[in-house]
Design a protein around this ligand. Structure first.
Ligand SMILES: Cc1cc2nc3c(=O)[nH]c(=O)nc-3n(C[C@H](O)[C@H](O)[C@H](O)COP(=O)(O)OP(=O)(O)OC[C@H]3O[C@@H](n4cnc5c(N)ncnc54)[C@H](O)[C@@H]3O)c2cc1C
Length: 507
């Protein structure tokens, strides 16, 4: 019996493990295919994981099981640590081969994979791990965007088994799925307005986004929270859980460009092409960050620039974090972003950068957790698209813990005027300020102690005064970081080449 082990690759489409295992079931006589998913208690209890992630996975698995059934397969869900689960299965039913995607993930996932690989190797069970997201491991060759796009992405055949009857190739499960009541629950609360899991939702978003007018408008709509929700693709959670592969998205953009060519005047086509390229750049950055994390997995725990370890005190005034988390810092734009994030599990990229900059620069909160929660872990639980290999490197860039001297400190008041000049987003999320007109809702001198009638009757407290002096706190952080970055150890640490270095601009 062959096993296809679904992890963060919850799809049938563009799945080499599934395709090859089904193909081999005749050729190499490895036997029929059993698709499994393992609910791992240690992963569920991980401090970066929250209930919203678990529910997103639940919805995705339900659809995956339906889609598998439609082609003749049965998904078996098991609960336990992966190593123990595989030991149990192998003791009772000989495993001939295991297939999965190779993951670039956090230390917990990596350690799990090493242990499982060791077991398979000791038992002579072939374990085929398909690389994904263009990520090279160890000595494998790293390709840059134009090369992999032209050589591998464009020529890659995306296979979709839907509509094919493959019943004879799938195993009749020799054991039952776990009773859902036995799966431990992740911490935190689910989010009512988060993205829903499942391939259908991902395909609907693809269809909505890959239209000429949406792509055209993308570069202009990306920066403001008022336009980014509809103006961006919102595909990140589906990429994070592998509901869709990045190659599928690369190809969708490529198709949109091909379709547009000839269907619009030349000048318009050039503008369209550059808007599409703008989007492709972001997908390429995702690969860049992931490759960086693959090469430096300790970015989950340590500063990229070692001299920055200890830069921010590990013990802090809990009031600072509590007010940041509650969206009550007294900076309306920051607080609106936080309340939006807590309700929906999503804010657009600039919004995330503003939040991360505010927490790590103005509040000078630690990136990593000690006895108290760090910014990275708190935000990981909030983002429905939490992807360790993107999250940790990007957070390090924003918090200035890298050797790169590009300092990204966002003025929390100016950011509001730049991206929400009329205060619409702020009023939407801060009922305390709902009766302030236009840009008045963005100015702490007008918002401090303010309480709209609507909020008063809703039991809210007056909106707070700023928790810190924005300019002085930013200057303090910048000075501290600059001093470290201009020191000798930092200069020596700057890599001369590499994915992050080659990026023309981060945002
Ligand atoms: C502090 C911080 C933490 C972040 N953590 C995560 C995370 O955990 N998971 C995650 O997927 N993204 C993360 N991002 C990157 C980015 O904010 C999200 O990918 C993006 O907002 C998702 O929305 P979208 O799908 O509508 O993006 P779109 O604008 O439609 O972009 C398309 C895709 O490109 C990728 N992408 C876009 N911008 C970036 C970027 N700056 N860096 C890397 N990839 C990008 C995403 O996969 C996205 O789905 C983080 C950004 C910041 C500033």
């Amino acid at each position: 019996m062959q096993i296809v082990w679904f992890k963060r690759d919850l799809r049938l489409q563009d799945s080499r493990p599934l395709f090859e295992s089904l193909k081999r079931c005749n050729i190499e006589r490895f036997g029929v295919v059993l698709p499994i998913y393992i609910h791992e208690p240690s992963q569920i209890a991980h401090p970066d994981v929250s209930r919203q992630h678990q529910m997103f996975v639940r919805e995705t698995l339900d659809e995956l099981a339906e889609d598998l059934e439609a082609i003749g397969g049965r998904l078996v869900e098991l609960c336990g640590e992966a190593l123990e689960v595989f030991k149990r299965i192998h003791a009772q039913h000989k495993i001939a081969k295991v297939w999965s995607h190779r993951e670039t993930t956090n230390q917990a996932g990596f350690t799990r994979d090493v242990a499982v690989r060791g077991f398979f190797s000791g038992q002579d069970i072939p374990f085929d791990e398909t690389p994904q997201n263009g990520i090279a491991r160890g000595a494998e060759v790293r390709q840059s965007f134009p090369d992999y796009f032209a050589e591998t992405v464009r020529n890659h055949t995306v296979r979709d088994p839907r509509g094919v009857d493959l019943t004879a190739r799938f195993a009749t499960p020799p054991f039952h799925s776990v009773d859902p009541a036995e799966i431990p629950l992740a911490g935190g609360a689910d989010k009512t307005y988060r993205a829903r899991g499942g391939r259908k939702a991902a395909e609907a978003l693809m269809q909505r986004f890959f239209q000429a007018n949406t792509i055209f408008a993308y570069p202009k709509r990306l920066s403001s929270p008022n336009s980014a929700f509809d103006g961006c693709s919102r595909l990140s959670p589906y990429l994070a859980y592998g509901v869709i592969s990045d190659v599928e998205i690369f190809q969708a953009v490529d198709r949109a460009v091909t379709d547009a060519n000839g269907s619009m005047p030349k000048a318009a086509f050039h503008r369209f092409e550059s808007a599409a390229r703008f989007y492709l750049d972001r997908l390429a950055w995702r690969r860049d960050y992931m490759q960086t994390f693959e090469d430096q997995p300790d970015l989950e725990y340590k500063c990229m620039l070692p001299a920055c370890d200890g830069l921010r005190p590990q013990t802090y005034d809990p009031e600072l974090m509590a007010r940041f988390v509650a969206g009550k810092t007294g900076f309306p734009f920051v607080d609106a972003l936080m309340r939006c994030l807590r309700a929906t599990g999503h804010v657009h990229m600039r919004g995330r950068a503003t939040l991360a900059s505010f927490a790590t620069m103005n509040l000078f909160l630690p990136v990593f957790s000690g006895d108290q929660d760090g910014v990275a872990r708190f935000l990981a639980r909030q983002f429905i698209d939490w992807e360790p290999a993107v999250h940790f490197p990007i957070l390090q860039l924003i918090s200035g813990t890298t050797p790169f001297e590009r300092m990204m400190v966002y003025n929390p008041i100016k950011a509001g005027f730049d991206h929400d000049p009329k205060g619409d987003f702020v009023r939407q999320w801060l009922p305390e300020l709902s009766d302030l007109e236009g840009g008045a809702a963005l100015q702490p001198e007008l918002t401090s102690s303010h309480l709209s009638q609507e909020a008063l009757s809703g039991g809210y407290e007056p909106y707070p005064s700023p928790i810190v002096d924005a300019k002085a706190s930013a200057r303090y952080a910048k000075d501290r970081i600059k001093r470290i970055q201009s020191g000798e150890p930092a200069k020596e640490a700057v890599p001369k080449t590499g994915s992050l270095v080659d990026q023309p601009s981060l945002f």
